[in-house]
Structures are given as C-alpha cells and as structure tokens.
Design a protein around this ligand. Structure first.
Ligand code: HEM
Length: 408
C-alpha cells in the first residue's frame, strides 16, 4: 500500500507510490501520474525503477530551487532510474556533469572561453550548409525515408564533429558508441565497453590535434595557457567525450521528436509554414513541451534541506523532474498543451543553476535552422506510417523516436 502525507512524505508503514512512466497512449504527453504527484506535493517520495525510494521534485519553483542549491551534489551513487545492479563509474576531472563546487566552476570557465555565443553564432552558415546538404540527400533518395537516419542523427553529428575537428573516418564509430552510452537499459559491461570505445576515439583525435592544430574547439583547448597543468590527456578526453556525447543525442532527439510532433499537429504545422518568424518561439515551445531529458536531472543532498514542507536528509537522492517542471501550470496557462504561439516561458529544458547546459546556444541555433529549412524546403513532408506505429525511445535517457519514416 502507498500513502503520501499532504507534505509529500510517506505515512509510516507504507511504501512510496511508483514513479510514473506510462504515457497513456499519447507518445507526446508526459505520464498522467506526474501531474498527480505535483498536485499532491511538488516534492514527494516515490519508488523508482531501481527498486529504491527517493524524492521526486515536480514543481517548477522547487526544481529550480534544488538545481541552484549547492547543498545538492551531482555525484550520485547510482541512478534512481536504472536497475540497482548498474554501477555508476564516475569519470574523473573534466566531466562537468559529475563535478561539484569550485572544481566544476573552474573547469566550466575554461570551457566557456571556447564556447562563446559569438563563436556559436559564427557557426550558423556552416549549420545551414550541413542542413541543406542533408535535405538534398533526402530529396535524391526515394521516399519514404527514415528522417532519423538521414537527417536527425547526421546533422548534429556533422555540426559538432566540425566544431571539434573530428575526422570523417571515425565519425560513424563515435556515433554508435555515444548511442550505446545513452541507453537506460544497457547492461553494465556493454556500457563500459562503449565508454572505452568513445574515449579511445577522442584520445586519438586529441593526439592528431596536438600534432596538427586546426581552427577547431579541441585545438583551441589545447592552446589555452595551462600554468597549473590541468589540461592533461585524461582531462581533455573526459571533457571532450562528455561534450560530444551530450551534443549528439540531445539535438538529434529534438529534431526527430519535434518533426513527429509537428506532423501530428497539422494546425500548428500550418501556422509555422505561414509564419516562419514564429520558428524561434516554436523551438522554445518544443523544448519545453517535449522535455526530452525525460527522467530529469539527479542530485543527492549533502546536508539536510527543508523544501516545500519536507526535509530532504543528507544522503537522500532526488530526481529533479524537468518535464514535471516544464508542464507545471505555474509556468504558463495551459502548460499541458503544445502551442507555437505561446509567450516565452522560464522553461528548464536545458536545466538550471550551475550545471545549466553549456551547449544551449548551439542547440537553439541548430534547431532554428533545421525547422525553418525543413518546412520551407519540404512543403509536402508527411508521416509515412500512423503515429502509433512509430517506435519511441521510452528506454533512453533522452526521449525521441528511434525512426521516423516520412514522405515529401
Ligand atoms: C536540445 C538539446 C539539448 C538539451 C535538451 C540539453 C539538456 C541539458 C540539461 C538538462 C543539462 C543539465 C543536466 C544537469 O543539471 O544535471 C545539460 C547539461 C549539459 N549539456 Fe546539454 N542539452 C542539449 C544540447 C547540448 C549540446 C549541443 C551540448 C554541447 C555542445 C551540450 C553539452 C552539455 C554539457 C557539457 C552539460 C553539463 C554542464 C555542466 O555540468 O556544467 N548539451 N544539457
């Protein structure tokens, strides 16, 4: 039996209710039980797929409060969403996602010098060229084609590989390793092997860049002054692997899932075709509504924290639910609905606080170019199969579609 008290704690002698995962037939909606959790308590106890109990934060204000609070660490002992036998191998220094405090801030500052808004904006013409080339290839193929395979995956892969100077001959190998690392149900050995493969590829790229520097981000990092000797091969491999993986899967998922969403919502699609000036706002709305970081972020309290009427004790783990926060009615009226004309919202699709996504400007530019160009150049774009026959990525860290057969 499960009973939550009004504050979100569990009544003595009862179990916490199960973390909801069933999207109830509509692949674009979040699990119905999520709103119930939030209505009952924005921070509540839940039982996760690992079999363990933890806290589930679903309110927008509470999610932001936790993500900016230094009393929560990213160094979780194991994910609440993975089966208990998946052992977390925390990478060493250089992986921002697994670092706290001053070490994280100083490594992030280092990277931020190479990841400026100016540099990202300069990439726009190259992104447009890459998008156009991939649309040309789709048009040259005989429809139906799989938009994921021909467009959603290779476009971000080419963009980030160009930015990092990854040579053509290893791009495909890198992509398959990165994908294996992002599956929620990958067995521990396969996960470790994929991690090793990705690190080896990145190591080789770094060696090539040391010998022959170019105009790319890795060469830029290698050229930074380094009086304290932080920029070792190990540090660079960890940092570059984290970035490359974070950049590949996320943007690819947004392109595939965002296209499926538009094709399943003909009114919104027609509006965007008529008014391409709405595309930047529509991208924000897709980021918010789809919230592809479907299980959110995870943190562990390093000291007792009072929030929303409950005490999260030191050592307790919290699933900080990004979709829950982004669909909170407090963020915008009718937040459960998809509306490309929605006024800007303070969504947390890129996280919040010190770990907020460092690649968000790049992702935004890519998605804006992708959707503007896709709608302009493929006026007849349509699903080649009914939506209920499309395989969705329920089992992956980032939600999306495994394939999207389309005609044009
Ligand atoms: C639509 C695409 C993307 C989405 C939805 C997304 C989402 C996120 C989220 C939610 C976080 C915060 C995780 C946490 O707090 O635990 C994050 C962090 C991060 N993202 Fe992204 N991301 C996207 C694209 C990218 C791209 C293109 C890059 C790199 C070029 C990137 C690199 C990173 C890195 C390095 C972090 C860790 C930052 C830190 O810990 O300081 N992401 N992302």
């Amino acid at each position: 039996m499960s009973t939550l008290t009004s504050g979100g704690a569990v009544a003595p002698g009862t179990e916490a209710p199960a973390y909801p995962t069933d999207r109830g037939g509509c692949p674009f909606r979040q699990p119905a039980g999520l709103a119930e959790f939030r209505d009952r308590a924005p921070v509540a106890r839940a039982t996760f797929a690992s079999g363990r109990e933890g806290w589930l934060a679903t309110g927008h204000a509470e999610v932001r409060a936790i993500l900016r609070d230094p009393r929560f660490s990213v160094r979780i002992p194991g994910s609440l969403h993975e089966s208990a036998d998946v052992v977390k191998h925390l990478p060493g220094r250089g992986s921002l996602l697994w670092q706290d405090g001053e070490e994280h801030d100083s490594d992030r500052r280092l990277l931020a010098r190479e990841f400026t808004v100016r540099r990202m904006n300069l990439l726009r013409p190259n992104i447009q060229r890459i998008v156009d080339e991939h649309i040309d290839r789709m048009l040259a193929a005989r429809a139906p084609v799989d938009l994921v395979k021909m467009f959603a995956v290779p476009v971000p892969s080419a963009v980030i590989s160009d930015l990092f100077g990854v040579p053509e001959d290893v791009r495909e190998d890198f992509q398959s390793g990165a994908e294996a690392m992002m599956a929620l149900n990958t067995d521990p050995e396969a996960l470790a092997a994929a991690g090793m493969r990705v690190s080896m590829i990145v190591y080789q790229v770094i060696q090539r860049k040391r010998a022959e520097p170019g105009d790319d981000l890795i060469s830029g990092l290698l050229a930074l002054p380094d009086p304290e000797g932080v920029l070792t091969d190990e540090f660079l491999v960890t940092m570059a692997s984290t970035l490359l993986i974070a950049a590949h899967d996320t943007t690819a998922c947004m392109i595939g899932l965002g296209t499926a969403l538009l094709l399943d919502n003909p009114d919104q699609l027609a509006l965007l075709r008529e008014r391409p000036d709405l595309v930047p706002g529509a991208v924000e709305e897709m980021l918010r509504y789809l919230s592809i970081a479907q299980r959110g972020a995870e943190r562990v309290a390093v000291e007792d924290v009072e929030i929303a009427g409950v005490t999260i004790k030191a050592g307790d783990q919290v699933a900080v639910h990004i979709p829950g926060a982004n669909l909170d009615p407090a963020i915008s009226e009718g937040a459960e609905d998809f509306d490309v004309t929605r006024r800007p919202t303070p969504h947390v699709a890129f996280g919040f606080g010190s770990h907020q996504c460092i690649g968000q400007q790049l992702a935004r530019i890519e998605l804006q170019v992708v959707f503007e160009t896709l709608l302009r150049r493929l006026p007849g774009l349509a699903l080649a199969k009914p939506i209920d026959q499309i395989p969705f990525r329920d089992e992956m860290v980032f939600y999306g579609v495994h394939e999207l057969p389309v005609t044009f």
